[in-house]
Write a new protein. Structure first.
Ligand code: GDD
Ligand code: GTP
Length: 421
């Protein structure tokens, strides 16, 4: 039997994802029409031996519970949310809930960062882990560019055994282009290793007169994986399938495109097929439209568009490379490009809402998303995806370019490269 743990973080995390995460916890933000971590869960339930999925985070349970109830009906797998009393770090939560994870004596368990997107190769990862002698951890690795590798956990491996001989988390200078994808297989014995770190920290706290609580905060990457490198217990499987982090709104549009593409084989029923009869809107694949959305037949949608429940799209509207969240209304002849339109926002007629994509550089092999900061060194906003928070109203005949609008704003003019607070 196998289990999976998804680390979902909490309200103080995901700051680069604001204002989208003000309204909905980032792990539940819809990408390709389903909450971000539902993609993880669907990858897990596809593995027959996997019987339980534990979400670990520090969001109030009330924010996560409904999602679990909805999914629980669909799958023959137990899904539970375990709430940390405070942020315990990427290994502290695993250790705190070790009894829950060990319960039923699983052969191994997956750990997945909730903020990554991928064509998850979980079967391959487990098969590889099983083929090793006494492994503690197998890390899913992928290749990045030299410069981008500095933003990730970097691994040096023995090319014949795939053992990780050196691990540095977010190094300040180049270590390796093989990076940690935040997807792992753990053997149950890992709890002895984390336990040793916990006990040592507890003794330190006691000696220094600090609160015992600090001992509970354990970083998987720095405190467990880095010291384990070179001991014969840590391995990495390099994969070439699509993988990306989801840190910024720009990366959500990028992930949306890839998940829609995966639907062609895995969930064709989630894609709106082009229809030439003239009764339906014009579709440039790939597009996901919730069945409750009302789209005028003269609208033109796609490629890479997801439209949520209850959305209303008027005549002559053009949408491309965008995510439209539930209950938004887009009126006649407006144009939406490289943007995310928040829940219940309203766009008037003949408006133009446009952002700048920040896709990986197609000319650089292995390039990942840049995930730039909001501002550049001159203090100016970096051009990026245009984001409207929930319940924003955009008047007719205005232009919004590369801007971010916080929830509940009523705009009265065109804006360019601005944050409207
Ligand atoms: N439950 C819980 N508690 N989850 C947490 C906590 C915590 O205290 N802190 C972070 N997480 C979750 C986040 O929600 C996220 O899904 C994941 O753990 C990792 O988050 P970060 O701490 O922000 O790390 P990172 O994304 O910058 O880097 C990690 O992932 C990269 C791949 O995406 C590292 O593992 C890197 O080595 C790796 O390359
Ligand atoms: P390409 O992107 O290279 O095709 O050039 P373009 O000038 O047509 O692209 P642009 O990015 O300006 O617009 C993308 C799509 O939206 C095109 O299909 C346009 O026909 C359409 N479009 C552009 N402006 C408007 C507008 O103001 N209203 C509506 N409804 N559609 C528009």
């Amino acid at each position: 039997m196998l289990k999976a743990v998804i680390l979902i973080g909490g309200p103080q995390k995901g700051t680069r994802f604001r204002p989208l995460s003000l309204d909905i916890p980032k792990p539940l933000f819809p990408v390709a029409g389903v909450p971000l971590i539902q993609h993880h869960i669907e990858a897990c339930v596809a593995i027959e031996e996997l019987k339980e999925i534990l979400l670990i985070g520090f969001y109030p349970a009330a924010l996560i519970q409904q999602f679990i109830v909805d999914l629980q009906h669909r799958y023959n797998v137990t899904i539970k949310y375990l709430q940390e009393f405070t942020a315990l770090g990427t290994a502290g939560g695993l250790y705190h809930f070790r009894d829950q994870i060990r319960y039923g004596n699983p052969d191994a368990f997956f750990v997945m960062n909730g903020d990554v997107c991928a064509d998850f190769p979980l079967e391959d990862l487990y098969k590889f882990h099983k083929s090793l002698t006494n492994p503690l951890v197998t890390i899913m690795g992928t290749e990045a560019t030299r410069q981008q590798s500095l933003h990730y956990g970097c691994m040096v491996t023995n090319k014949t055994t795939q053992e990780v001989t050196h691990y540095v988390e977010k190094p300040s200078s180049y270590v390796s282009t093989l990076i940690n994808c935040g997807i792992y297989v753990f053997s149950l014995d890992i709890f002895n290793t984390i336990g040793d770190v916990f006990t040592a920290k507890q003794q330190d706290c006691y000696r220094n007169g600090n609160s015992n609580r600090e001992a509970g905060y354990i970083q998987l990457e720095q405190e467990i994986l880095a010291p384990m490198a070179g001991t014969g217990k840590l391995f990495a499987l390099q994969v070439t399938k699509w993988w990306s982090q989801l840190k910024t709104a720009g990366s959500a549009i990028y992930a949306n495109r890839h998940y829609l593409e995966l639907y062609r084989t895995k969930h064709p029923e989630r894609l709106r097929q082009p229809n030439t009869s003239g009764e339906d809107c014009t579709i440039y694949p790939d597009v996901h439209i919730d069945p409750t959305a009302q789209i005028h037949h003269s609208a033109v949608i796609g490629p890479n568009v997801s439209i949520g429940s209850g959305v209303v799209i008027g005549p002559g509207v053009r949408i491309r490379e965008s995510i439209i969240l539930s209950d938004a209304v887009i009126n006649d002849r407006s144009l939406i490009l490289h943007s995310i339109i928040g829940r219940s926002s309203r766009i008037g007629t003949w408006a133009r809402v446009e952002g700048t994509p920040s896709d990986p550089d197609p000319n650089k092999p292995f390039a990942k998303m840049e995930n730039p900061t909001l501002f550049n060194n001159d203090g100016r906003l970096n051009p990026s995806i245009t984001i409207l928070g929930c319940s924003v109203s955009v008047p007719s005949e205005t232009i919004l370019l590369n801007s971010i609008v916080l929830p509940n704003k009523e705009l009265s003019r065109s804006i360019k490269n601005e944050i409207i607070l």
